[in-house]
Write a new protein. Sequence first.
Length: 298
Amino acid sequence: MRFVRWRHHAILSHAIGIDYLTESIVMDQLAPLLRQINLTAQSFHSGELCQLVAFDENAGYIHILRSGKVTMSVRNGPSHYIEKPSVIFFPRTCPHSLVPDGDNAELLCAYVDLGAKVGSPLALSLPEAIILPMDEMSLIKPTLELLFSEAAHENFGRQAALDRLIEYFLIQMLRHVIAMGQLNGGIFAALADARLKHAVTAMHERPGHPWTLDELADIAGMSRARFAVNFRETVGVTPLDYLTNWRMSVAQNMLKIGRPIKAVAAAVGYQSQAALARVFAKRIGVAPTEWLRQVEVS
């Protein structure tokens, strides 16, 4: 399990060579990943946590510990004691539990969907569990205050307002951890690379284009051989394997929102439904229609 507890360091942006201008550029590169998924959040608890609670739904979670102390266990593994206000984030399904230390642990909890169910690189490249102390997130403090204020009152539209605020908070949190230089694995490592990022962004922006290794290497400003080696060492798969995985992720999301298979096939670079179905079944394990049926009943 990848578990990350991050600490802020003085003049961090200078130490890691990332300032907020660079951060905004990186977020532009993440735009295709965010567009590809239906980023959603649904709050389900606000108030005191009085007893052990196990969270094992097929979803991602975010727990915002406003006050008090809790002990967190992941997959019945070692416990992690959280003793100050923090954000506890699970980008994808991960059974875990929270136990309050005393009777005054106050939390805001929500289900979140960053596209893990449709194979989004955004969700799959993040650590399994992330803890972010609130006192290290000063730029996000106004959003947290809005969240707590909305949660404390029974105003009209409260549920919708909380859900939209949490969605916005998730994007702010991604900005924060990118600026800290901690998302350095998988696709985030490629997006941080001065040359690979151009090829990755091109694939993200145009999944239907008939990309070749030579064309992607040219975009990256590298030789074909060097590009192939660097990409695999950085991301963990070959460029064309990553492209296929990305296309399947885009296809899954389009199917999930009701797009016809023929239109999906064209959008992700396949000339026919049959061609898409063959690759889909090989990568996902079932045909597109069967996958969609499974998603609809889950």
